[in-house]
Design a protein around this ligand. Structure first.
Ligand SMILES: [Zn+2]
Length: 166
């Protein structure tokens, strides 16, 4: 589940890049055409959207890569925030952003419904517990030097052949 969300976020970030380019291009075009086509406010809005999409694009790639290292609420909220950033690109008729926005919403939902044990250090903790249990089992037994039977570490004689164990 979390792996899928991670992939979705990275894909959204990668697909977001053309949207960023498109925004950047529009920004440049706006400047080239001068003030007769776009007023000053329009130009600064486009510049702002370009910055926002750039941050959202790289942000979702980075957050996607770190999704299991971060808290559920952090990565989940980041997903929705980036999704909103990409959705803003639609204001300027940039439909590249729509795809990334949808992917990020799906990833965000996946992160929120994923079990909390998949986050932060929970899986490694249970891993060490298993190791401890295994150590107890292996130190609780030894093997008979005569017949090789598995016997308890504190027993004096082999339960299988009766050989004395030192
Ligand atoms: Zn024995």
């Amino acid at each position: 589940m979390l792996r899928a969300a991670m992939v979705f976020m990275i894909v959204a970030g990668i697909f977001g890049l053309p949207a960023v380019m498109c925004s950047g291009c529009m920004s440049e075009c706006g400047r080239g055409m001068g003030m007769d086509k776009l007023d000053h406010e329009g130009q600064s809005l486009i510049d702002f959207l370009y910055m926002v999409s750039l941050i959202a694009s790289f942000g979702s790639i980075i957050m996607g890569a770190l999704v299991t290292k971060l808290k559920k609420i952090t990565s989940g909220s980041a997903c929705f925030i980036f999704a909103i950033c990409f959705a803003f690109l639609l204001v300027q008729g940039n439909f590249f952003g729509l795809f990334s926005s949808i992917l990020l919403v799906i990833a965000g939902v996946m992160i929120f419904v994923a079990p909390s044990e998949q986050f932060v250090s929970a899986p490694s903790k249970s891993g060490t517990n298993v190791e401890v249990v295994e150590n107890k089992i292996t130190t609780g037994y030894k093997f008979c030097t005569e017949c090789g039977s598995k016997i308890e570490v504190n027993s004096k004689f082999c339960t299988s052949c009766g050989e004395q164990i030192e």
